[in-house]
Design a protein around this ligand. Structure first.
Ligand SMILES: C[S@@+](CC[C@H](N)C(=O)[O-])C[C@H]1O[C@@H](n2cnc3c(N)ncnc32)[C@H](O)[C@@H]1O
Length: 404
């Protein structure tokens, strides 16, 4: 099979973990290169389909179909015109073209996108007498053009809807995390299903749902469709086989103990609905996963069942403009949350994602690690606090990837 060049897009800060995911799918290590906000890799279309189905961290998988130097939008037209689009789709599809750029000297990127569309249409008109039409909302085929100072790359977006949309989210709680960022928090924290997990600020339940699906080995893309299904050149029988294998690999009986709660009973109801839609009904029924109404200042950890190690608290508490309560009351609340953690969670590790750099001082805890991550455009820190009985203010020096 020929090797194609792919680019997996992910939230900033998760590139190395995404590279590990792609390697675990069998990619050639010499061809996997983490960058900023994504990972370049190469392989056959089967590898790309596997990445769409199994990657918990990627937002999109893009396949590069052209890459060349340009000077102006005429060159962009020529590059798009000479690309063999007919290898991947026919004249009767609907299209959409998205652009991104770093240091692009063109006056108008929108105009360049229009020229790419014209080039594709002209090519098909010449080849088939018919041309694709544009549909910005629900296109069959999405094309991404990325411009640098002197090069343009044209990609086919293999995902369609962003990959963090797993297909289960019905309603939105207050400021839900994207599912791939929630998966990133779980991987960064080194959570394993043998550790109880508590999210006392669960909102729509993203962290708990993602963790439960990791525990039962539920492939993130199992319940959704992908743009590559509208393209030629993607082996349908191999795809059917991949889906069957992924379904067979789900272990609904996996041992796990996940406790999620939120102060709002309305939000908890929504989280329960989401978990049910995410195929976790059995775990809810037998108590391996629960969502309850509760105040994070008072939530106590579950009893440790035999064979379980001390657990993890992973949460994104309300912060900044996202939340209704005024910041001062959030700060005082986080002081009380910390007091509760110190009293009841000795031996646990608590990880908190916040855009508020003063969170450790509000909690009067020294983080043993902090990782810079982006929650959408919001720069955040993912703080780790190692809970010991009483205060751990003077704990060991903080490990950090932060430039501060
Ligand atoms: C940033 S949101 C969490 C979003 C969640 N991670 C998700 O993906 O949907 C913060 C949540 O904290 C909840 N909250 C605020 N104060 C609380 C408290 N004292 N105890 C528990 N939950 C609280 C809010 O109701 C809100 O759902």
């Amino acid at each position: 099979m020929p090797a194609f060049s792919f680019y997996a897009v992910c939230p900033f800060g998760l590139e190395t973990l995404l590279a590990d995911e792609i390697l675990a799918l069998g990619a050639d290590p010499d061809l996997v290169r983490p960058g900023r906000g994504g990972v370049q890799f190469a392989g056959d279309t089967g590898l790309a389909m596997a990445a769409c189905l199994h990657s918990r961290l990627a937002s999109r998988i893009l396949m590069r179909v052209a890459h060349a130097e340009y000077w102006d939008s005429r060159d962009v037209y020529d590059i798009a015109r000479s690309t063999k689009w007919e290898r991947w789709f026919g004249p009767d599809v609907t299209l959409r073209i998205d652009t991104s750029a770093t240091r692009c000297p063109l006056e108008s990127i929108d105009f360049a996108a229009l020229r790419i569309k014209d080039a594709i249409c002209d090519r098909f008109r010449e080849l088939a007498g018919r041309r694709p039409s544009v549909d910005r909302r629900t296109p069959d085929v999405r094309i991404v053009a990325h411009f640098t100072y002197d090069r343009v790359s044209l990609f086919l977006d293999l995902a369609g809807e962003a990959l963090f949309k797993r297909g289960w989210r019905l309603t939105h709680g207050e400021a839900p995390l994207k599912e791939n960022l929630a998966a990133g928090l779980l991987l960064l924290s080194e959570w394993r299903p043998e550790m109880p997990l508590v999210d006392p600020f669960c909102g729509s339940g993203t962290i708990a749902i993602e963790a439960a699906r990791i525990a039962i080995n539920y492939a993130p893309g199992l319940d959704r469709s992908f743009a590559f299904e509208n393209l030629e050149g993607f082996d349908r029988s191999l795809w059917t086989e991949m889906l069957e294998d992924a379904r067979a690999a789900v272990n609904p009986h996996a041992e796990v103990l996940i406790r999620a709660s939120d102060i709002s009973s309305i939000v908890v109801e929504k989280a329960l609905e989401n978990a049910d839609r995410a195929g976790l009904g059995k775990l809810l029924d037998d108590g391996r996963l629960s969502f309850t109404q509760g105040d994070a200042r008072e939530v106590v950890p579950p009893e440790l069942p035999e064979g379980f190690e001390p657990g993890l608290v992973i949460a994104n508490p309300p912060y900044g403009e996202q939340s209704n309560p005024k910041s001062a009351s959030i700060q005082s609340m986080m002081g009380h949350v910390a007091a509760n953690l110190k009293q009841h969670y000795a031996g646990w590790r608590a990880w908190m994602l916040s855009s508020d750099r003063t969170l450790p001082s509000q909690m009067r805890l020294k983080p043993s690690r902090k990782v810079v991550l982006f929650n959408g455009p919001l720069e955040c820190r993912f703080f780790r606090f190692d809970m010991v009985a009483g205060s751990n203010r003077r704990e060991k020096k903080t490990q950090t990837n932060d430039a501060e």
